[in-house]
Design a protein around this ligand. Structure first.
Ligand SMILES: [Zn+2]
Length: 375
């Protein structure tokens, strides 16, 4: 675009986003794709909702997922103090709005700032710990061998006193490579380099949760714009994945920027979360949900005017029991009287249009039976 100043660029972005939000997912896909192209965001339309009984695209039947990934690294001496200040501000904000985040930790930075790592890990918000290599390794270089990758990750685990179970890997500089090694080490999830409006996609053997927006000093005062990215994801039933560094949200060694810019965004996300519009999650939670949803089948065992019986089972043996949201149809002119999960009464919620109801079902190796009675 030919806009020279930051203000003009932001104005153009707000304009484009407001058109896109108004269009929504039912609008012309070609037009949406081109508009998103102007703000350098790729577009892969999310498939239409499946007919019930079906698994919701996002947990709790939300319209979109919202996640944040933070790259905890100190790649320049000047970033040392801002990294510590930013981490403190972010951990406080996450607690204020109860928003779990994915922290991709660089082992070396963790060794230098153990107090800040402690704040993240001892927070009353359940943050996810991801890996960002030990030395901020360029994974795309020909000189980076699988052995080096393994040893870097091993050093990270040692530094963080982690044995296994880490699922998210964030590539330094978003430069990708060594997917097979990562998969063998148990990683399931990463953040691709390209900004995209879409659903998570299995790419290179791992789930790619594409970013939508990066926050740094140029985002100062851009809370309105960032909230629009949340609305965009809701309108297109996509993922709003925002990322930054602790030091990228600290300007002039002052964390006011982090607080003033991120606070309204997180407040908005919390509100939309409570309304059921967005599912606030970590990258790992999102990819696990996608994986389980993909592997789960729902079979109708019985269905009459007054009752229904369904079997839910997963063909995925390697994932621990995971709660998914299943949507069922409400027959015309009927109302839900009761829902049972494996013979025990369970909670359900009816959609606004009264056409479906949603139930949380833990899916694992055991088959689950959902029984519903209508009146
Ligand atoms: Zn980094």
């Amino acid at each position: 675009m030919a806009f020279s100043s930051l203000a003009l660029k932001r104005f153009a972005r707000v304009l484009i986003l407001s058109i896109l939000i108004r269009l929504g997912s039912d609008g012309n896909k070609w037009f949406s794709r081109n508009l998103l192209g102007l703000i350098r965001v790729g577009f892969e339309p999310v498939r239409k909702r499946q007919a019930p009984p079906s698994i919701s695209q996002y947990k709790y039947g939300a319209d979109a997922a919202f996640c944040i990934s933070i790259d905890f690294d100190i790649t320049k001496e000047s970033r040392r103090i801002p990294n510590a200040l930013g981490t403190r501000a972010i951990v406080e904000l996450a607690e204020k709005y109860n928003i779990p985040m994915t922290w991709a930790i660089c082992g070396q930075a963790a060794a230098e700032q153990p107090e800040e790592i402690g704040l993240i890990r001892n927070s009353n918000v359940r943050h996810e710990i991801g890996i960002h290599t030990y030395t901020h390794l360029d994974m795309s270089l020909p000189s980076t061998s699988p052995e080096l990758v393994k040893s870097e990750i091993g050093r990270c685990f040692e530094e963080l006193n982690i044995k296994h179970g880490v699922k998210t890997f964030i590539f330094p500089w978003n430069k990708i490579g060594h997917f097979e090694t990562l998969s063998n080490l148990g990683f399931t999830t990463y953040r691709g380099a390209d900004r995209k409006l879409r659903y998570p996609v299995m790419e290179n053997g791992l789930w790619n949760i594409s970013p939508l927006y990066y926050v740094d000093a140029r985002s100062e005062g851009a809370s309105k714009l960032m909230k629009m990215y949340v609305d965009l994801a809701i309108g297109y039933r996509s993922v709003c994945h925002i990322w930054f560094h602790p030091w990228s949200v600290v300007v002039d060694k002052d964390d006011k920027f982090a607080r003033y810019t991120l606070d309204p965004l997180l407040e908005y996300v919390e509100r939309e979360g409570k309304k059921g519009k967005v599912w606030i999650c970590t990258l790992e939670e999102l990819s696990t949900y996608c994986q389980v949803a993909k592997e789960t089948t729902i079979t109708t065992l019985e269905e009459s005017g007054l009752a229904g019986k369904f079997a839910v089972r997963s063909s995925q043996p390697n994932i621990p029991e995971t709660e998914v949201t299943i949507e069922f149809m409400i027959l015309e002119g009927k109302a839900v009287e009761s829902v049972e999960l494996d013979g025990e009464s369970t909670k359900f919620s009816v959609t606004e249009d009264n056409k479906r109801f949603k139930v949380q079902v833990p899916v694992g190796t055991h088959e689950r039976i959902v029984e519903v009675k209508f009146r």
